[in-house]
Structure formats: C-alpha cells, structure tokens
Ligand binder design. Structure first.
Ligand code: CP3
Length: 345
C-alpha cells in the first residue's frame, strides 16, 4: 500500500494522499445521509459508518480511507455523556482527581463494537491497494474536552488544573491513555492498516508544558499500539514551537498543520520519521492553477522527507468545492511520480 509505505519510509511510485475530514458535510451524499439521522446515530450504526467512510473514495482517487467516527466516541464509553449540538458538549465535565480516577476503562469490543464492526466491513469492501486508517484523540486533547465540558478558546479549566495540581492532571492523562491504547489496538485487530492520534489542542501549550504533559501521554499510547508494519501517525495542530520534540512521540509519521513550513520541518525531523501534510484547507478555494501551484510546491518539498503523505494541514472546511478536492488529488499523484531509480525498480 502506497500510503503505508510512505509512512514507514519505504519507496513509493508516487506521493499518497488523503484528507483529514474527507468524510463530512462538504459531500452532498453525506448531507443526504445526515438528513435522516443525527451525527451520533451515524457513528453508532456500522452500516452508516461503512457508507460514510467509503463516500469520499467513490468520488476521489484517495490512497486511504479514515474510519467514520469522532475522537469523543470513546469518552462516552468512559462514562461521560457527550452531545453534538452540533459542537461537542459534555454536560458533566471532569474537574477533580477523584472524578478522573472514576473514569471507566472501556472494553473496546463490548462498548464500541459498532466501530470495530465498521472497520472490519470497510476493510473487506476496500480496494486492497487503499489503506484504512483508525484513529483516536490524544490524551491531552481528550482531556481538554473532558475538563472544559466542550470546546474552548483559552482552555481555562484545563490549564489552571495543570498549574495547580500537575500530578493530578498527569493522573488524568494517564487514565485517558489507559482507555485509548486498547481502543486503538482493537481497531488494528479489526483491520485498520494504520492509526492516527489527533492532538488538536496540544499546540496551545507552552513548549515546556507540551513536553511535560501532552507528549509523554501521547507517547505512552503510541508505544502500546505500535506493531510491525502498522504505522502510527501523530498529528499536533500548532506544532511550530515543538517541531524538534515530535520525533520523541515514537510515531512513524508526523502530521503537520498548515502553519509550519514543510521544507523546514523536514530538515529538522531528518530521517527520523515520515511527514504528513500540510496544505492550508482554504487553498481548496483558490483558482485551479493557483491550487495546482501550491500542491506542486508541497509535493516537491516532500521529496526531501524520509516519506511524505500529502494531506491538508487541518480538516476539510464544510463549504469546500468538490472540484478543488478533485484537482488536489490529481495534482499530487501527477507531481509526485518517482523515477525508477528512486523506487528501486
Ligand atoms: O476525518 C474524517 O473524515 C473521519 C471522521 C472524523 C470526524 N471527526 C467526523 C466528524 C475525525 C477524524 C474527527 C476528529 C475530531 N473530532 C477532532 C480532531 C481533528 C481536528 O479537527 O483537529 C476533533 C477536535 C473532533 C471534535 C469535533 N467533532 C468537533 C469540534 C465537531 C464539531 C465541529 C464540526 O466540524 O462540526 C465534531 C463533529 C464532527 N466530527 C462532524 C464530523 C463529520 C460533523 C458532524 C455533523 O455531521 O454535523
């Protein structure tokens, strides 16, 4: 699989591509599904999970599917109710070490069997050359939702807990890691070819706090999930200030947001990991020739990496024109072609 090979730094025939949030509201067929059911109902129905996962691959020549779910799905299984209104809302946030200790450690098959079934069915239906990606939120990012009770601008509750009671906060992260590691392992057992750990809010920390809290918690998940031939991708949104630390996550491939210069990031990461990214999602709104230029420049920069998976630097925006996605995927594959010497053939 081209995608797995790039993640592991093996030769590829061209640059693989998939897009964060490639299943979602910019697709008319996704909006049609959502007219009948809520987002949570979709996530919990294996038939709908399979359908939503495969929708973008019917339209575009993507190298990977990502299982349709949400990072907050295992939170419910930990005993904390989650609503989507449509933004996530957790009416009973976790604000103390006692509450953190009482978080349930779910049984992935019993409590989130709908997801594992969805993965097994997608893997059967998918072209063998395309990878299926499983995923989970990183402990710090999940902690922000648990502690804030939803999204946040300044993460006041989380960051004040962290400074008041650093050991208690580390205990919360450890508890979340103990839930997330088996959840990701179960996804691999069910048929996922790779997993991505999303640390969407870790870029909001000082570099020291990132190294003290977010990174070790992510690493503890990654080391328990690592398996021969199954790449782990670690995506930190807003990673510019901690680029040199990312390799210590132990991930095979580092997902980069659109605020970092890809060439610079590759120079700093060197041969220690592959990279994934990092087109600005808004570039998909550019005139086609301009979009092609932006894509080509990232594909060229990516050649210096151990391996490069093309992606956006964050999720697809819901108003994105389908023609932009079409142009992007085509241009990545056209521009990314390696000569025989490079592929070792
Ligand atoms: O990438 C994919 O196509 C797979 C599915 C996926 C979703 N969420 C579906 C979704 C993935 C990988 C996620 C991850 C996720 N969810 C993250 C990390 C990635 C990132 O964005 O940095 C985060 C922070 C969340 C939490 C979340 N879920 C928010 C903040 C929202 C509301 C905002 C929004 O975009 O509507 C969601 C809902 C959500 N997750 C939707 C989808 C398709 C929209 C639900 C709908 O149909 O109304």
């Amino acid at each position: 699989m081209r995608f797995v090979d790039a993640c592991l730094g093996r030769p590829v025939d061209t640059t693989p591509v998939w897009l964060m949030r490639q299943a979602g509201r910019y697709l008319p067929e996704y909006r049609a599904l959502r007219e009948k059911v809520s987002f949570l109902e979709m996530c919990k129905d294996p038939d709908l999970v399979v359908e939503a996962t495969l929708q973008p691959l019917r339209r575009f020549d993507l190298d990977a599917a990502i299982i349709f779910s949400d990072i907050l799905i295992p939170i419910e299984a930990m005993g904390v109710p989650v609503e989507f209104v449509p933004e996530p809302r957790l009416p009973r946030p976790v604000r103390s070490s006692d509450e953190a200790r009482n978080l349930r450690l779910p049984d992935p098959l019993r409590d989130t069997g709908f997801l594992m079934q969805g993965i097994a069915r997608v893997r059967k239906a998918l072209d063998p050359a395309r990878a299926l990606i499983g995923f989970a939120g990183a402990p710090f990012t999940l902690a922000t939702y648990l502690v804030e009770g939803g999204g946040s601008r300044d993460f006041f509750q989380t960051r004040t807990w962290m400074v008041r009671d650093p050991d208690g906060f580390s205990g919360l992260l450890a508890r979340i890691a103990d839930a997330v590691a088996p959840y990701l392992r179960a996804q691999v057992d069910a048929g996922a070819d790779a997993v991505q750990v999303f640390d969407t809010w870790a870029g909001e920390l000082t570099p020291d706090d990132f190294r003290r809290f977010a990174l070790p918690a992510a690493r503890s998940v990654i080391e328990r999930v690592r398996r021969e031939g199954v790449p782990v991708i670690y995506f930190v949104n807003g990673a510019a200030g901690v680029l040199d630390d990312l390799v210590h996550s132990g991930a095979d491939c580092l997902g980069l947001d659109f605020r970092v210069d890809l060439g610079e990031a590759i120079r700093r990461i060197g041969g220690r990991a592959s990279v994934q990214g990092n087109l600005d999602p808004m570039a998909l709104f550019a005139p086609p020739e301009d979009l092609r230029r932006r894509v080509a420049s990232l594909v060229e920069a990516g050649r210096a990496a151990r391996g490069h998976v093309f992606n956006l630097g964050h999720g697809v925006h819901r108003d994105t024109p389908l023609s932009g996605v079409e142009t992007l995927v085509e241009e990545v594959h056209r521009r990314g072609v390696r000569s025989g010497a490079e592929t070792g053939t």
